[in-house]
Write a protein that binds this ligand. Structure first.
Ligand code: ADP
Length: 447
């Protein structure tokens, strides 16, 4: 087992990884920008190294500074968290080239899944169902038109290098195709430096259901069930549940069997998430994330495991030591992503937190790097806290969530807490009756 791990991230996820390390008796090295000198992850880590100025490209994306920090502190492995360098294949290669362990999949698998076209090709060959669309990259508008005619409108033009909902445009009819094609490519070029695009049928009322997987370096692959992440705004998740209100055990097991067999064949290792759209009882793969997800806690709550510890154990070469049938799903968990944003306009709201009170009690977990007196810097992602509840069933989880939301206090900055309070009171949410389009409409209705 490692004796020291460098955490190449910030905020709640840096803290999350630190906590797992601490419980395993592993020392931690925090890295931080000058804007984060007083951040909680820096305060709690055993050691810390400043890696640059506030802008992420000069600090949290600064590979040379991070590798130097690992070398001078004698860290043996690097946990990348999510975002920043977590899905950068070149970074994973450089970590290994410096004799350190990258806590994640191989660079080849990161590269494969980072290219959504290559990911779909791989999944097709493994028998995983896909959203209908183009077979690969589309070079001309005429090709796009031909595929759209086959799969029928509406269609979606998507960036091969896409992420964070960027480089994605809908065309409801042939008239809109040229515009969608142009905008998606321009956005993709600007955001990812790569304008390769592909086309998918635009599903009109799907749910977003994803499957958490874990593989060791010895050919053992398991899944930890599904998460329903259908509550999204601008293709960004806001609230997640495990399990899905609409999926039964048989459907989950069937998908899990296909996916784990496929990943075993691929030689995949460490944690990963396969994202699917689900409509008319059918799953259709959209992408795979080769890292820990923001919403991983809901899975941890229903499975009673610590995914970060599992990531560290398998990265150190240990075998899983359990099989699929040993994994049990108990109760229901819900996570709210609380961001430093206006709950109605979603304008960013960084600044000083004057009061902070986290809710508690049975089945309540808060993953947050906030504290009273902390100043949320304007340079990074706006996620400031994840409120997670776990209860024997969904109805009790909702009651617990309502109670926990009412106890939580974050003063001095605006947060999305009031929006979550409205969602929890909504009869359609309570009935589990929603698709990926539900939240946009809900937000548009004034409180
Ligand atoms: P990103 O990597 O940018 O997050 P994804 O491919 O994961 O992009 O898609 C993000 C979200 O966009 C999905 O969760 C879903 O809400 C929506 N989406 C993606 N593909 C489709 C599709 N073919 N039809 C309808 N909605 C889609």
């Amino acid at each position: 087992m490692f004796s020291k791990i460098l955490i190449a991230n910030r905020g709640e996820i840096a803290l999350r990884v630190h906590r797992a390390c601490q419980e395993m008796g592993i020392r931690t090295v925090a890295v931080h920008s000058t804007a984060d000198a007083t951040a909680m992850h820096v305060r709690l880590a055993d050691e810390s190294v400043c890696i640059g100025p506030p802008a992420a490209r000069d600090s949290y994306l600064n590979v040379a500074a991070i590798l130097s920090a690992a070398t001078i502190t004698g860290a043996e492995a690097i946990h990348p968290g999510y975002g920043f360098l977590s899905e950068n294949a070149r970074f994973a290669e450089m970590v290994e080239a410096h004799g350190l362990t990258f806590i994640g999949p191989t660079a080849d698998h990161i590269r494969m899944m980072g290219d959504k076209i290559a990911a779909k090709t791989a999944m097709r060959s493994l028998g995983v169902p896909l959203v209908p669309g183009s077979d690969g990259a589309l070079v001309t508008l005429e090709e796009a038109r031909a595929v759209a005619d086959t799969v029928k409108y509406p269609v979606l033009i998507k960036a091969a290098a896409g992420g964070g909902g960027r480089g994605m445009k809908v065309a409801h009819s042939e008239d809109e195709l040229e515009e969608a094609w142009r905008v998606a490519r321009t956005e993709a070029k600007a955001a990812f430096g790569d304008d390769s695009v592909y086309l998918e049928k635009y599903l009109d009322r799907p749910r977003h259901i994803e499957l958490q997987v874990l593989a060791d370096n010895h050919g053992n692959v398991v899944h930890f069930g599904e998460r329903d992440c259908s509550l999204q705004r601008r293709h960004q998740k806001l609230l997640e549940e495990a399990g899905s209100p609409v999926l039964d055990a048989a459907a989950r097991d069937a998908l899990g069997a296909t996916v784990t067999a496929g990943l075993r064949k691929l030689g995949y290792r460490n944690a990963g998430t396969l994202e699917f759209l689900w409509q008319d009882d059918q799953f259709a793969f959209i992408e795979m994330n080769t890292r820990l997800q923001v919403e991983h806690p809901v899975t941890e709550m229903v499975c009673g495991i610590d995914l970060v510890k599992e990531q560290i154990r398998v990265a150190a070469g240990q075998a899983l030591g359990y099989a699929q049938q040993d994994i049990r799903f108990t109760g229901h968990a819900i996570e709210c992503r609380i961001t430093a944003e206006d709950p109605e306009t979603f304008a960013p709201s960084p600044g000083r937190v004057t009061q902070y009170h986290a809710p508690g009690g049975l089945g309540v977990r808060v993953d947050s790097a906030l504290y009273a007196g902390y100043t949320v810097p304007p340079h990074y992602d706006s996620l400031v806290a994840k409120l997670v509840v776990h209860a024997p069933n969904r109805a009790e989880a909702i009651g617990r969530l309502r109670r926990a939301l009412s106890e939580m206090v974050v003063a001095g900055i605006k947060t999305t807490l009031p929006l979550h309070q409205r969602v929890v009171e909504d009869p359609e949410f309570q009935a589990g009756d929603y698709t990926i389009h539900w939240l946009e409409r809900f937000v548009a209705r004034q409180p």
